[in-house]
Every structure is written in structure tokens, then in C-alpha cells.
Design a protein around this ligand. Sequence first.
Ligand code: DQA
Length: 337
Amino acid sequence: MSRILVIHGPNLNLLGIREPEYYGDESLEQINYRLIQKAGEFGYELIARQSNAEHELIEFVQNAINESIEYIVINPAAFTHTSVAVRDALAASRIPFIEVHLSNIYRREEFRRHSFFSDIAQGVISGLGAVGYELALQAAIQHLESTSSASWAMDLRKIRKLIEIFNASHLGEMEIRDGDESIRLTRAAAAISSEPTVPLPTVEAVPSSSIDDVEDKDSFPIQSPMVGTFYAATAPQDSPLVAVGDKVSVGQPICFIEAMKIFNEIESDESGTIVSVLKDDGDPVEFGEALFLLREWLTRLSSPIGVKLHFESCVPAEIWGLLRLLFIQKLTEKQNM
Ligand code: DQA
């Protein structure tokens, strides 16, 4: 998911109570909440940060590179008029940004009329109140959509969304057109078939009955994150949280480990199908010791996938690979429901 960072400078934590005639009566939390919702609707992750300290604003910008931030919306507040250092951080990051001000800085005191940011910003919005942030977000999304779609017009984000809609629906077929391109999903009893201009990579489907025949090299462990005593369930009469043949996802509770009289729920840090439970109730476990063996979902597909892909445009081979994985993941999840 693409990420957008919103940075609020000093005193903006006081929004709602601070000079409402300039800055409105909405709190920063309310503004951020709306921005996060709106970004989410478009398939973007929005991260909002505020600080009263110049060096922290600089760190937000510097860290943005490692955090894969693709766009920044910033209200540098009072640092707008003073901070060469924050400006330099933005210039160094090369991440495109929009400068936002709630008040119209050109209608206020003389010293607010100069900004150290405007000449390197993609755009400046000043004087429209909190709406200015939303307009900036809209422009940011538009910019990201247009740059990411340059290489492939109908991008993966849209396809992912389409798969979600299709999976949630009871439709047998769905087709979306985007200019010259179209994607059609058809629920069918047959295995994947396609009419692409490049051949669809084959999916290695293995009957589920062959799980037990799996060679060791195909399996990988879920390791214990602590020292303690293993339990498959909280009480002996309860069924275990997971058993051989179950599919588990990252974050799914899989067992308990009792340590110092506390029952800790252990979550899987892997996704896959359980092929072996290595511990019995009451067994001592060491840190890092294998508790379960898993196999990847992919190699365990037991039935034909039942979706027909049809592309009218030329799709690069690597996109086929990604699409194949996306479909298999979605459909495997669905088969499990
Ligand atoms: C501000 C304008 C700045 O001059 C002022 O110091 C702020 C907020 C605005 O949003 O209008 O703190 O950036």
C-alpha cells in the first residue's frame, strides 16, 4: 500500500483551542482522522505526525525515505518562516510535497509572508482552513496515481480492489474497462485458463492428500518466542487452537506457552499449512525451539482454482507472476472460509 506522510509543525497540537479565528475549531485528531479515512478509501496508508521540535520534524522527513513514504503534506507552522534545516531535509529526501497553511499567511503579519518551503514545494495551499489538508491529499493521490500508472495503466492497486469486490460479491463474472484495457474475472469450475497475449505461468497444484508426502525441505518451523511450557489449548478438554492440516496466517493464535504462571497466547509469525505439531501439552519449550512445521499454501492447492482470467491488453510477464500470487492467495483464503 502506498504511503503518504502528513507532518504538522509546532503548536498545531493546540488546534481547536488555539486562535480559532485563524485556525478553526477542529482538533488535530479530528483533522487527522478524516485524512486517514479518506486516504484509506483510495487505497493509501496515511501517517500523521506532529512535533513542536525542529529536529523531530527533520527526523520525520529523513525517516520517510526508509518508511517508503511516497508523498508528504506538511504544515511547518512557525518553522515555515524560519527553518532552513527542515527545508533542506525535504530537499534532500526528494519526496514530493505540498505546503499547507490553515490561515492565509499573506493576509497576516509581514513576517509570515516569507516561506522557506514554497519554492521547492509541488504546491502551496494557504487560507482554506482544514479543508486545505484534504485538498492537498487529493492532489497527492492524483499525483501518485498518475506517476504509478505511467508504467502500467491498470495498476495492481485497482486489480487488488477488483478482486476484493469480486470475492465479496455473488457475481459469476465481472469486467472493468479502463481506456483500451479491460480485466474480466469469471467464476468457473475449471482451472485457470487465459487468453492473454503472453502465456499464463502454470500453477503447481498438489493434491491435499499428498501433504504427508512432503519432503522436509518444503516445511519451515514456527519457533517459540519464549521459554515455558507448551499447551495446545487453555484447558485439556478444549480443542487445540490449531491442528495438522489447518491453514494459519501471520498473527493467528496457535498455542499457549505458560511462563511464570502466566498463560501467553502465541501468534503465528508465518503463514502456511500445519504439517506437524512438534509439542504435546505440558512439554517444556526453549526460546527459538520449533513448535510447528508449516508448508506454504501455494503448494497445497487441492482443487482447481476456478477463476478465469481474461486480458485484452499485453501484460508484462512479471505482472502475471504477481497476479497469479494474488489470485492464489485470495482463492486459498476463500476456500478456507
Ligand atoms: C500556520 C501559519 C504560520 O504562520 C503559523 O506560525 C502557524 C500556522 C497556518 O497553518 O496557518 O503556526 O502554518
